[in-house]
Write a protein that binds this ligand. Structure first.
Ligand code: IMP
Ligand code: MG
Length: 180
């Protein structure tokens, strides 16, 4: 794999699809062990979660339902700190076990807003699963229940993640070369 350019930035190969696939399989098995006697609802956070969600669901062996919602906090390489709700969950989740599915947890601003939103809808339980997690950037106390991989606080693209809307279709994950 080679370096790539998106807009004004150079990115270097970082996590291959095979490595992602392996982490996702482990997550699917771990979550299944906890929910095997239930029918949880996996709520994916658009747009970044598309690739992870579809690969995860293919590995999840149990009964489940899915739904999506959309939030936005990022502009360019930085979290703005303000989280906007662009699309709400289109189903009744009251008294249901919900697992919020995120592509990446960075500062945790989005996650906290999501968690509050889902809690208000009277779910029976709410847990959080994220493919990627940046522990050095995380500023919240909320526990993250299921983590695919922890990564350093550097901007990444690919496998659903974008840099100003581009790069989501890359099958592997790339890391920004410089952070200026
Ligand atoms: P947070 O609110 O700071 O935790 O940011 C969470 C959201 O910002 C994620 O769901 C992504 O959409 C986006 N994001 C955070 N870090 C990255 C990154 O390294 N690359 C691309 N998008 C990111
Ligand atoms: Mg996101």
């Amino acid at each position: 794999m080679d370096e790539i350019t998106i807009h004004d930035k150079t990115f270097v190969p970082y996590i291959t699809f095979e490595e992602l696939e392996h982490a996702i399989k482990m997550m699917a098995n771990t979550i299944y062990q906890q929910y095997r006697n239930e029918t949880p609802i996996f709520v994916g956070v658009l747009n970044g979660v598309v690739m992870f969600m579809s690969d995860f669901l293919k590995q999840y062996k149990g009964s489940c339902e899915i739904s999506f919602l959309q939030m936005q906090s990022y502009e360019g390489l930085k979290s703005t700190g303000k989280v906007r709700n662009l699309m709400d969950i289109g189903m009744d989740i009251s008294n249901r076990h919900v697992i919020i599915m995120e592509d990446i947890v960075d500062t945790g601003n989005t996650l906290e807003a999501l968690y509050d939103l889902v809690r208000k809808k009277s779910a029976k339980s709410v847990k959080i699963a994220t493919l990627l997690y940046k522990p050095e950037a995380y500023k919240k106390d909320l526990d993250i229940d299921f983590i695919g991989m922890s990564i350093p606080d550097k901007f990444v693209v690919g496998y659903g993640l974008d840099y100003n809307r581009l790069g989501r279709n890359l099958p592997d994950i790339y890391q920004v070369k410089t952070n200026e």
